[in-house]
Design a protein. Structure first.
Length: 508
């Protein structure tokens, strides 16, 4: 008897475990565009378009490879509206009695599939380098979890940038060489862009009609939607941008939204690129002498280190992880995150770019929008839902640990050993945002003082009990304590007034 093989919108990999386990001569692939997946947050229109276009092209590829693919488009009249509903409908249609499923990247969907009225066999998603069991074994017996040590294990496991049992160039981590401020000029024209073909245009018309009122611009749409295109985009990055990726990883520029970043996270996350293959390509470029070690190591660390680590934590901590609120933050997400007016130029530019591109690089997410949300005490669940909605690459297994854990410290320090907060000085050093801002980054208090300068101390002061004994924060508290009492009082009063204005919906 035939079986169904579910392929989700972020499982577009020919080597997917469910496909490997199935037989194209007798089993039937099910793919479906459904409102339950388009509506669990108000996804950016570009994200929906990428997923639908890539799904449609992947289905065509599977058909070419001999598979019987039952594909449901969003506006098909028979559409059951959910993944489980579609499996049930296809089972009735074909007489199949079981569905093979590669484990989804979200507890919500795993739970639904486990409780589906059709038998489901859930297989591991082995597109990742570490299995759940390997991650759990690594965690076993450790008091504190730190990405760096997990990363070293992944280097040993993959052999990437290894010279025997030693790391290439004698160091595991070149993070100290990844922090140059924004360069005057960027000699990279940005990620490779693709002209929409007929399939993409059809999807764009659908998304425009159905999701045109979501936050963000659908057009221009230039993303890769097949494995072949994604590979070309990767080659373009490796040859043109990677050599300088390491130096300027943390820099931000108003007029250059991508700097030397790869802009491939969405391609990896939906399955168009294989993470290990990506790293092997980078390691080859290093071995050939085309890229320096700080670039190759800095890049590979992000993928076999951070990306794998985030997934490990998401599955280790279980479905309640996203509800974390260790700092008790409860303020509503302000309208400025949805494009509402603000005089804070760094925030305005980061949000503007997010709306236009469905993309912001790591430091923009962490040290502009994330930093502000944390300092201002925004409810981390609302922050999480925002990040899940607005970025092209956002899937809960990777977005939640980055947001709830790394950015908002809402998991109480599982991921980050200290909160990622900064005053305006850091933003000014790493970007050009402060030039032309209505606020003055050098002003600490008084009319026009940069809000980051006020909120930074307000945050440290209100969470003193939690952080005062954190060895990595001692310097900050000593600096605060050395200020005279009047000054401290002024800072707290001005920060509180700012937060009141923010809460009342005034333009800040
Ligand atoms: P590059 O800077 O060129 O890095 C190369 C690759 O490394 C990326 O493509 C990505 O696959 C991987 N990578 C880098 N940093 C991380 C990280 N912290 N976690 C996981 N992978 C990483 N990344 C997502 O893929 N999806 C998300 O939903 C997501 N949400 C985030 C939310 C917040 C608050 C923060 C601070 C970070 C988030 N990240 C997320 C991580 C990171 O910002 C993006 O992976 C990166 O910006 C993608 O752009 P890029 O491809 O140009 O990456
Ligand atoms: C994100 C997304 C969207 C917008 N739409 C679909 C869809 O219609 N069909 C589908 O199979 N997958 C979609 N996805 C991706 C899923 O939400 C994703 O598989 C889960 O969040 C698990 O990572
Ligand atoms: Fe942002 Fe402050 Fe700089 Fe303005 S002055 S851009 S608010 S850091």
């Amino acid at each position: 008897m035939s079986r169904l093989v579910l392929v989700l919108g972020d499982q577009l990999s020919p080597g997917l475990s469910a496909l490997r386990d199935a037989d194209p001569d007798s089993d039937i692939v099910v793919m479906a565009e459904v409102t339950e997946e388009t509506d669990y947050v108000r996804h950016h229109p570009k994200k929906i378009a990428l997923i639908f276009a890539a799904m449609r092209k992947f289905a065509a590829r599977l058909r070419d490879d001999g598979w019987d693919v039952r594909y449901t488009q969003l506006d098909d009249t028979q559409n059951a509206g959910s993944i489980v509903g579609e499996l049930v409908r296809r089972a009735e249609e074909t007489g199949a009695s079981e569905a093979l499923v590669t484990e989804p990247g979200e507890w919500r969907l795993i739970d639904k599939l486990k409780h589906a009225p059709i038998k489901t066999r859930i297989l591991p998603d082995d597109r990742f380098i570490a299995s759940h069991q390997e991650f759990e074994a690594w965690v076993e017996g450790r008091k504190a979890l730190r990405m760096e040590y997990f990363y070293r294990e992944m280097r040993r496991k993959t052999g990437l940038l290894m010279e025997g049992s030693d790391p290439a160039c004698g160091e595991w981590n070149f993070d100290h060489e990844n922090r140059k401020p924004a360069p005057g000029e960027v000699d990279f024209s940005g990620p490779m862009q693709f002209t929409p073909d007929e399939t993409v245009e059809e999807v764009l018309a659908l998304v425009e009609a159905r999701f045109g009122n979501h936050f963000g611009d659908l057009r221009p749409f230039w993303f890769a939607t097949t494995e072949g295109e994604a590979r070309r985009a990767l080659s373009h990055f490796i040859s043109k941008a990677l050599p300088k990726f390491g130096d300027y990883q943390d820099a931000m520029l108003t007029e250059n939204r991508f700097l030397y970043h790869a802009v491939i996270s969405a391609y990896i996350n939906i399955g168009l690129l294989d993470p290990l293959e990506v790293c092997e390509r980078v390691a080859e470029a290093y071995a050939a002498g085309d890229v320096p070690i700080n670039a190759a190591e800095g890049f590979i660390r992000q993928i076999i280190g951070w990306r794998e680590y985030m997934r490990g934590i998401y599955f280790l901590k279980g479905p309640d992880y996203v509800q974390g609120n260790a700092l008790g933050h409860a303020r509503d997400l302000p309208e400025l995150f949805w494009g509402g007016e603000t005089q804070m130029r760094c925030l305005a530019k980061a949000v503007e770019q997010t709306a236009a591109e469905a993309y912001a690089h790591h430091i923009q997410r962490l040290m502009i929008t994330g930093n502000f949300a944390l300092l201002a005490g925004i409810d981390p669940h609302q922050v999480h839902e925002w990040y899940l909605a607005v970025y092209m690459d956002a899937f809960e297994w990777v977005e939640a640990p980055n947001t709830v854990g790394m950015s908002q410290f809402a998991d109480g320090g599982v991921i980050a050993s200290k909160p990622y907060v900064s005053s305006g000085a850091y933003i000014n050093r790493m970007s050009d945002y402060c030039k032309g801002c209505a606020y003055s980054v050098s002003k600490k208090t008084g009319e026009g003082a940069c809000p980051f300068n006020l909120l930074y101390w307000h945050f440290l002061d209100r969470h003193r009990d939690r952080f005062k004994d954190n060895a990595r924060m001692g310097n900050m508290y000593r600096t605060w304590d050395r200020m005279d009492a009047d000054r401290r009082e002024t800072v707290i009063a001005e920060a509180s007034a700012f937060l009141k204005r923010l809460e009342s919906g005034e333009i800040v």
